[in-house]
Design a protein around this ligand. Sequence first.
Ligand code: HEM
Length: 400
Amino acid sequence: MTVKYSPFDVHQTKNPHETLKELRSKCPVSQFMDGFYYLSKHSDITRAFTEYSTFSSSGGPAQRETQIPKDERTINWYDPPEHTKLRQLLNYSLNAKSYLQSEPFIRKTTQELLDKFAGRKQVNLKEELSRPLPGIIISYIIGIPLEHVDKFVGWTDAMTAEAARRGVSPTEIYITGDKIEEARLQREYVQEQIDVRRNSSNPPDDLITRMIRYRDEEGNSLSNAAILAQLRFLLFAGHETTRNLISLLLYRLIENPKLYERVRNDRRLVAAAIEETLRIDGPVQLLLRTVVKDVEVSGVNLPKGSRVILGLRSGNRDEDAYENADEFNIDRKTSPMHLTLGRGAHYCIGAPLAKLEATVCINELLDRYPKISFAPGYKREKEDNYSINELKSLDVVFPE
Ligand code: HEM
């Protein structure tokens, strides 16, 4: 039995839920092009996340396998035990303590963005709130001067737009994209930031400086290329995803005024609304792995060398894992964790930060506005991008 679905087709991935349902029931492991398999079941995806000695990250995170020098590879390109070293390095600066320390800054930034709405009846919440906030926060955490954030976020946006235009994932663009002007400018800029710290006798105590000073147990430091690669990935991973979480969560609350009011009156529900948004509207739609030994998954033999797509978008709506899986329901009690932040060794290192940003942002907005409605004529539309779930806009009005 075959069901035609290509997870790389931007048109087919715009509203694929009926097709994904059919895939899950008829061919949970489907081959959609030579050597590429799509896993659609929650259980199979969870297995692939955790069995990294079979489902390896070593083939790279992009659609086309890319040959680049090893130390230019980003952390999500390694398997343990090599991966563990890089993870420890990032954990040193990206951890619960550093995230919590950034909370006052997240709040202040959110308030400043919201202050700009004063006296206005209509705004595009995507452009004016959820898009800028995570870019400012991740830049602050890493150590990028705030006055450079706009230009920095602009380059990343341009890369994402170029990815959509070419029908590839943003990851692919930033890995191979130095032929793109914005990718080159971003690389040069991050390199400058590294150089400034290397040449300073008193560099700021930020992530960049810590990466430069890092020594492993044998006393080896990270090469310049390795530092550059990890920083560029972090800057990208830290905001392309989180901003969509915030937009999609806002969309779900504004769509349902009763729910908006309920969450406004009981802020303990914000956490559940975030988790349910991550499940049903996950900003990351798929991930890639490479099979490094022959393996059987749900009765299908995957030969060594196959590339496997972990269909997060499908697994998150798997009816074997979630009752009424297509329903946005913040009262779920016993369901398994969604797949949107990964599992196992590569579990998203920024997950607590993304949730903190979303929590602060939603609470600040709820404090200020008893009601928000979609602007007249507003229609939910998804950007043309097969790997990221992004609204085209979020135009709202604040009723009197
Ligand atoms: C809603 C927001 C976010 C989503 C949906 C998300 C999603 C993910 C997923 C699915 C993975 C696992 C990748 C894999 O298994 O191959 C991951 C890893 C990662 N994320 Fe996030 N992420 C988010 C926010 C962030 C933020 C704010 C940061 C920055 C602090 C970040 C940094 C990273 C890094 C560095 C990794 C690689 C971890 C590793 O390979 O060990 N992410 N993320």
